[in-house]
Design a protein around this ligand. Structure first.
Ligand code: AMP
Ligand code: MG
Length: 422
């Protein structure tokens, strides 16, 4: 069902607000506003782990550099494999990894060879040592081994000129190993982003402060810190800013134009919205969206001078949901990554889920194996947007589309696993 049909079908059972935009549309707006940073830096490959590659990497060498043995055994020429029965070959030397056999072999000869050792000239096949009977300087073989077995060809892993790693990839442990196997010491990556954030709210106290009646500890600065850390950005924690026009103004002034991205949480619910809106509009171009999603409906996005700005809701779960759905893809785009969206998998849901049509819901789930080993998802407990526990217990979002009207047990649902789950 598209937005138009939903508009038409609006009923009291329907939560769609015609003034709202879909999460897809919000994300499309954000993407179209963001241009990747162009500055790069050259880093030793270990330090480049988790960073985004700024150009394509091609191989200058063959890996492996020469044809070598995949097993411990004996290097022979396939022409010496007997068609029937057995055959005796004379052992004329050995080839170790790093210490090759320098001569060449004639018919009826073989060389002892170890894994990774270069195949001597005149050989093309390795018979594993378990299939050989050794008698002094002779070995007895049969015809069971196939010609060219147990040999790794030069360039089999990477050949000269191959595209090895593509611009825009986030470098993984395997990637930096691959770079090492090519003898590459340094790579160009896009520069680190600077991301600042502050929380807003008179009720917020920081750890170490006394918690008077009606006050709560600020948790958003910690979840934001955690999620940003995993993206490898430079983090600037600006603390808590009171619900005060002048203080808020100061905070925006401090960050605007000095960091790539500024995130705030809170201050967008009814009553607070107007003064934050007014303050923000003095600093740049800002959109105030009602997004057809739950949780995370109010979302503010814009640009304050050169700084991209996200005004996230205050509720702890809403902060995390809007971060994963909008801020993370935006930061990935900004740092030049070519994979922007979280992975989605379809799995059966073993819980009954309640949902009204008209908005996309991000319910918190636990992806796990059932007794028969099948991958399934179930929901965590209470789903209120203030219940951070529901996020801590979860390892994924269950994403229910706009028109979905609830899920019966065993129905298939879309799931977005959190970092490191799959
Ligand atoms: P607000 O949008 O400022 O009205 O915040 C919505 C709800 O989220 C309120 O219950 C706030 O107390 C709560 N909240 C806002 N900021 C934080 C924060 N940094 N840590 C924990 N809860 C918060
Ligand atoms: Mg507030």
């Amino acid at each position: 069902m598209n937005e138009k049909t939903i508009n038409k079908d609006i009923s009291c059972k329907d939560d769609f607000d015609p003034a709202s935009i879909t999460p897809d549309k919000a994300l499309a707006h954000i993407f179209s506003a963001i241009t990747a940073v162009s500055e790069t830096e050259s880093l030793p490959i270990r330090e480049a782990l988790g960073r985004v590659l700024a150009n394509n990497i091609h191989s200058d060498i063959n890996v492996p550099s020469g044809r070598n043995s995949a097993m411990d055994g004996y290097a022979i020429n396939a022409n010496d494999l007997p068609k029937t029965g057995t055959k005796t070959l004379s052992l004329i030397g050995s080839s170790f990894a790093g210490i090759p056999f320098s001569g060449s072999l004639e018919s009826g000869q073989c060389v002892r060879i170890m894994t990774g050792a270069i195949m001597p000239e005149g050989t093309d096949t390795v018979i594993i040592q378990e299939d050989v009977e050794v008698n002094g300087s002779e070995i007895l073989i049969d015809g069971e081994t196939k010609a060219r077995s147990n040999v790794r060809e030069a360039g089999e892993d990477l050949a000269i000129g191959d595209l090895v790693l593509e611009k825009g990839m986030k470098l993984s442990p395997a990637d930096i190993g691959l770079l090492a196997s090519l003898g590459i010491a340094k790579v160009d990556v896009t520069r680190k982003l600077k991301v600042a954030f502050f929380s807003t709210g008179d009720e917020l106290r920081s750890i170490g402060e006394e918690l008077e009646d009606g006050m709560i500890y600020d948790s958003n600065r910690y979840t934001l810190y955690g999620m940003l850390s995993r993206l490898g950005v430079e983090i600037i924690d600006m603390g808590v800013v009171k619900d005060d026009k002048e203080l808020m103004n100061q905070a925006f002034l401090e960050a605007k134009g000095k960091v790539d991205v500024l995130l705030t949480s809170g201050g967008v619910s009814v009553g607070e919205a107007d003064f934050v809106k007014e303050t923000l509009l003095n600093h740049g171009e800002v959109n105030f969206w009602k997004v057809a999603m739950k949780p995370g409906r109010p979302l503010t996005f814009g640009k304050l001078a050169t700084t991209y700005f996200f005004g996230l809701p205050g509720n702890p779960v809403s902060v995390m949901v809007t971060f994963y759905q909008f801020v993370q893809p935006a930061l990935k785009k900004l740092m030049g990554e070519n994979t922007l969206l979280p992975v989605m998998v379809k799995v059966p849901c073993v819980s009954k889920l309640r949902k009204r049509p008209g908005r996309v819901e991000y319910q918190r789930g636990i992806l796990e194996h059932d007794d028969s080993g099948k991958l399934v998802v179930r929901k965590t407990g209470a789903q209120g947007s203030g219940i951070l526990r529901s996020m801590a217990d979860a390892n994924c979002f269950i994403v229910l589309p706009l028109d979905n009207e609830g899920v019966k047990p065993e129905e298939m649902v879309d799931v977005q696993p959190f970092y490191g789950v799959l």
